[in-house]
Write a protein that binds this ligand. Structure first.
Ligand code: BGC
Length: 391
């Protein structure tokens, strides 16, 4: 296969090991306005060594036999870099982020690469009722709760165990009452970089009291390379003929609406930018795409949810999941103002996208949506893959 060949060609260009401070340069070449920048490095791991809330942070690098590399920090369980060869065998970093752990600690950082929990996406009015008891969460998004609250899982230091060159196990206990949620929740997320170039994320959790759980990853991708322009030219397919429309606070109305005939129809490969500025009420609500799609296969089987192609590099991303929904967020709130992004690049409007596999937003308040309740004795178990290729 062409993709395998290119990956093999790229082998040997890069060399690096986990949590070390040396030989972190991969490959360097010229940049010009017509071609994709090819100066690519995993950030210096010494920039990730810190003590945050009394716990040690670091940078862990997974590597497979094709020399694809994925750097992850245990601060927020964040994917920091994804180094892959493009159609010409040049190494490209397709993940937005920071060079230093301190970048990720800045107020207003937009969850770059993060593990999101206890409840990914929004809970309306930052309130829900479970088994007769009402819980109030810290409201961090115009009166709503977003991504588990200000000190959600993205802002916590996870215990890290590097199992082998291609597996990192992250775990933590989110204590009863953390960010307003009931029950001690023991969470484990295993990142595995497979030899067919997938980043596999296996999430498990158990609780000692009824609670709600919705875990996801918030990696921002730019398949033309982070910092290399906007993502409007990326070709997106989502295997969903329905989505969940939202109100002006981005909370689902509860309706499940057909995408046919709307700018939300990505059932056939379509450029993200083709209709993003269309005169459409839902696009206005989200300031672009910032919605949950209802996957055609709502079962817990692992299935393809979405596929994206970066036309300049030929790099492809397939998202496979056991979840029933996926949030496609088109980077509408990136505005070039974030500080200290990788290589000092300003991340301008829509220069990255997220595909957040999940249960639907505000499910705890929407009885018609699949349940996100986890009870003692049950095990929360989901899997998502980001599978990278080239065409
Ligand atoms: C949300 C956006 C939000 C972004 C934060 C996305 O998952 O849907 O509304 O602004 O996360 O970076």
């Amino acid at each position: 296969m062409k993709s395998n060949l290119l990956l093999i060609l790229a082998a040997g260009i890069v060399g690096l090991s986990a949590c070390t401070n040396n030989s972190n340069k991969t490959t360097t070449s010229k940049t010009d306005s017509d071609s994709v920048s090819n100066t690519v490095m995993i950030p210096d791991s010494s920039n990730f060594i810190a003590t945050v809330n009394g716990k040690q942070t670091g940078l862990y690098v997974l590597k497979n036999k094709n020399n694809v590399q994925v750097a992850i920090t245990n601060y927020g369980g964040r994917i920091v870099s994804i180094l892959v060869p493009d159609k010409d065998g040049k190494i490209v970093d397709i993940a937005l982020g920071y060079d230093k752990v301190a970048g990720y600690e800045q107020e207003g950082e937009p969850y770059f690469g993060a593990l999101i929990g206890r409840y990914g996406n929004r809970i309306g009015k930052a309130t829900f009722t479970l088994e007769g008891k009402t819980y109030h969460l810290p409201a961090n998004d115009h009166g709503q709760s977003l991504h588990g609250g200000p000190k959600g899982f993205h802002a916590q230091v996870w215990d890290a165990k590097k199992v082998n060159d291609y597996t990192l196990e992250l775990s933590r206990v989110s204590v009863d009452g953390e960010e307003g949620y009931p029950g001690n929740l023991a969470v484990k997320v295993v990142y595995t970089l497979t030899d067919d170039n997938a980043i596999k994320m296996d999430y498990t959790a158990t609780t000692d009291k009824a609670t709600v759980v919705n875990l996801t990853n918030h990696c921002y991708f730019n398949l033309n390379g982070e910092g290399n322009g906007d993502i409007n030219d990326h070709i997106l397919t989502i295997n969903a003929s329905k989505f969940t429309p939202v109100d002006s606070t981005l909370i689902p109305t509860g309706e499940i609406k057909a995408v046919a005939g709307t700018p939300f129809d990505f059932t056939k490969p379509t450029a993200i930018g083709d209709r993003v500025n269309a005169d459409d009420e839902q696009l206005k609500m989200g300031k672009g795409y910032d919605h949950n799609w209802v996957l055609n296969d709502g079962s817990t089987n692992l299935k393809q949810a979405a596929k994206v192609v970066g036309p300049k590099t030929g790099i492809t991303l397939e998202v496979l999941t056991t979840e029933p929904g996926i949030q496609f967020y088109g980077g509408n709130f990136l505005d070039g103002k974030l500080k200290d992004c990788k290589g000092g690049k300003p991340y301008q409007h829509r220069t990255g996208f997220c595909l957040e596999t999940q249960h639907f937003p505000d499910s705890p308040n929407k009885p018609n949506f699949p349940s996100t309740t986890l009870k003692p004795g049950q095990t929360y178990k989901t899997t998502t893959l980001y599978k990278i290729g080239v065409q």
